[in-house]
Design a protein around this ligand. Structure first.
Ligand code: NDP
Length: 255
């Protein structure tokens, strides 16, 4: 864990959890929340070096940052990560369920593994992360949830039936959760990005990149920081009456 610049355990009332915070959008969210004065706990699945780098950079902003290896597709690992973060940083007030993977293939060529890996991380992972984090929020009657869906979950994207299904599932999950916990002082919203420049989109073929870019009004990919800005707004008090909403950040994409 990085140096504790904020004083003793539990002094900061803004403590956020970010799944998949070691790279891409999650890493930008960790940095942005740290800039805003949040203590942040995040998890990653395999890239320890990237995780330590983000932990150090965000920690240098003067807040406490805790990176923990946990695969959110396993309920027990997600639960242990949330408990450890609460033990070390204090009560979590915002959770950003961001971890996600792609295994793109046309439906007829899609293997069971392609399907299950995407569902396990992208949909089950959100369930495991939110269930573990929302339980203590309910007892405290306050908190905030942001889930990362995608324009593929809103509109569907060819070659991504698995990913589109998981991301559409996240929307249903979050809308139901918002209704379930609103009266308990907890908000839940969906961020649905379009094409964002990260390792995930780096993996696209040039042909796919060009096809997708031609559908973007602004003719460019978004940055992870542009998604992080929206996420930071949603977990802030400035968004205190926003719940059950899908906020799209896609430069005017028409899929
Ligand atoms: P990246 O591939 O750049 O980063 C993914 C992050 O998630 C990494 O930190 C990775 O950790 C972590 N992760 C992956 N699987 C697991 C797991 N099972 N348990 C814990 N952590 C895991 O992705 P992006 O930043 O591009 O995407 C972030 C989210 O935004 C995803 O949900 C994605 O679907 C969504 N999104 C992205 C878009 C884009 O254009 N980039 C567009 C729309 C939505 P590690 O490196 O250790 O594996």
């Amino acid at each position: 864990m990085s140096t504790d610049h904020t004083g003793t355990h539990g002094k900061n009332s803004r403590i956020a959890l970010v799944s998949g915070g070691s790279r891409g959008i999650g890493a930008a969210v960790v940095r942005r929340l740290a800039q805003d004065g949040w203590d942040v706990g995040f998890c990653y699945r395999s890239d320890e070096e990237a995780a330590r780098r983000v932990e150090k950079e965000a920690g240098e902003l003067g807040v406490r940052v805790l990176a923990v290896r946990a695969d959110v597709s396993h309920a027990a690992e997600a639960k242990a990560w949330v408990s450890r973060t609460e033990d070390e940083l204090g009560p979590v007030t915002a959770v950003i369920a961001n971890a996600g993977v792609t295994r793109d293939r046309p439906l007829v060529l899609m293997s069971d593994d392609d399907w299950h890996q995407v569902m396990d991380t992208n949909l089950d992972g959100v369930f495991h992360t939110c269930r573990a984090a929302v339980f203590p929020m309910l007892k405290r009657r306050s908190g905030c949830v942001v889930t990362l869906s995608s324009v593929a979950g809103v509109h569907g994207n060819p070659g991504q039936t698995n990913y589109s299904a998981a991301k559409a599932g996240i929307i249903g999950f979050t809308k139901a959760l918002a209704k379930e916990v609103g009266a308990h002082g907890i908000r839940a919203n969906v961020v649905a990005p379009g094409l964002i420049d990260t390792d995930m989109t780096e993996a696209l073929s040039k042909k796919d990149r060009d096809r997708l870019l031609s559908a973007v009004a602004m003719r460019r990919f978004g940055t992870a920081e542009e998604v992080a800005d929206l996420t930071a707004f949603l977990v802030s008090d400035r968004a205190s009456y926003i719940t059950g909403s899908i906020l799209e950040v896609h430069g005017g994409i028409a899929l």
